[in-house]
Design a protein around this ligand. Structure first.
Ligand code: 7TS
Length: 396
């Protein structure tokens, strides 16, 4: 049996999405900006996809949704664009984010630090969530941007986006949220939440890889980082990825249609898996179930290296993740576990299991059985355990 429980890394493309994209590879392959029919025949599908994106996050007609290559690009654009628009000219000099953001946010901020920008990385509590008072107190006259994720990729913990939006509005500070792990898992409504910028990637909600988007509130246009042929109203130049955009639109439509299914069926499967795994002595899961995206579990199984567990799971055909980066010789611990205050040895035990609407009951039964067997095997040898399998060392 092959079981895919690494849906926070990427997801299977929904067959309906694939079907919608297919004609735009070999039949309607024209460049949408060309003046002939090969170009113009792509326009209805592009318009339909953009409508699906606007509807999916409840954007206003005057807002912009700019298609990018991925969430990483969208995030870099916001953070570096804000630098050009509000910091480079000396207006402001401060950005606030959290310690548990995806590396796309952390590394973009670190880059700005080398240019002299001050960055506050807000700490999180033991549930992996920031304290709103700390955010409020951190905002100063110098603050140009608050960038806080909607949902965490490791823990699934959902941040209080509405309250954060209110604080940013009160303090008149721009607010970006990385919603990469939120789309398709919880309702995302940009009008309800006072969001100025929102980033996401299609492949996290059963769309294709290589396409993402940045939502920009109507009057909050930022400097373009990709100059060229003036596509996307001059906000991001480059020939449009027609199949990707069409696929992302369809994936968004299906993601919204399936939100109730996520909340009921996916969550039920996740909860059953979690309850069964918590019967194993000395285990804990980060964050309360109710506050997490319906599909995610970050579990620590004491005495068992996350990578060792992954190896056993992989042998049994199950894909999961530790969430940690792999260095060639040393096994790194999970940075989110460290941020919530877990001791180093516990941070090495992190195992992330992330489900999707394609996960079945039988797959969960099989996974429970295999993890229980792996725990027995690995705990028996864990005190002297040192492990560096070849597949782990290859950097992808
Ligand atoms: N932001 C979040 C919250 C993410 O989870 C990811 C990918 C990204 C940004 C970047 O997305 P990309 O499409 O540009 O690569 N997260 C993960 C993960 O958790 N495991 O592998 C990729």
């Amino acid at each position: 049996m092959r079981v895919y429980l690494d849906n926070n890394a990427t997801t299977i493309v929904d067959p309906y999405v694939f079907e919608t994209m297919a004609p735009y590879f070999c039949e309607m392959y024209g460049n949408p900006n060309s003046l002939h029919e090969f170009g113009s025949e792509t326009h209805p599908a592009l318009r339909c996809a953009m409508d699906q994106l606007y509807t999916g996050i409840n954007a206003n007609d005057n807002d912009d949704i700019v298609v990018t290559s991925c969430a990483t690009e969208s995030i870099n654009w916001v953070i570096k664009g804000i630098y050009f628009d509000h910091i480079f000219n000396g207006d402001k000099n401060h950005i606030i984010t959290t310690e548990v953001e995806h590396p796309a946010v952390i590394q973009a901020c670190r880059f700005l630090e080398t240019l002299g920008v001050k960055v506050t990385y807000l700490p999180v509590n033991s549930d992996g969530i920031i304290e709103l008072d700390t955010l409020r107190e951190s905002i100063t006259q110098e603050t140009a941007l608050v960038s806080i994720m909607w949902a965490n990729n490791e823990t699934g913990m959902i941040f209080p986006i509405e309250e954060i939006g209110k604080i940013c509005k009160e303090k008149d500070v721009l607010f970006h949220t990385d919603a990469t792990q939120a789309i398709g898992k919880v309702p995302v409504d940009v009008q309800k939440t006072n969001i100025d910028y929102l980033s996401f990637s299609a492949h996290k909600f059963h769309g294709p890889k290589g396409v993402g988007a940045l939502y920009i509130k109507e009057d909050k246009i930022i400097t373009s980082l990709l100059s060229g042929g003036e596509q996307m109203s001059g906000l991001r130049s480059g020939t449009l990825n027609v199949p990707g955009i069409v696929g992302m639109g369809k994936a968004m439509e299906l993601a919204v249609e399936n939100l109730d299914f996520e909340k009921s069926n996916v969550m039920k499967l996740r909860d059953r898996l979690e309850d069964e795994l918590l019967k194993i002595p000395d285990t804990f899961v980060v964050g309360t179930k109710k506050q997490r995206t319906p599909n995610t579990i970050l579990i620590s199984i004491k005495g068992i290296e996350g990578e060792a567990m992954l190896w056993d799971l992989n042998k049994a055909g199950i894909a999961a993740s530790t969430g940690s980066a792999c260095a060639s010789e040393a096994l790194e611990s999970n940075p989110v576990m460290e941020a919530i205050g877990a001791e180093a040895d516990l941070a090495h035990t992190a195992l992330r299991l992330s489900l999707s609407r394609f996960t079945t009951n039988e797959e969960i039964d099989y996974t429970i059985d295999i993890i229980n067997k792996a725990v027995k095997r690995l705990r028996a040898i864990s005190s002297t355990y040192s492990y560096a399998p070849d597949w782990h060392n290859s950097k992808l």
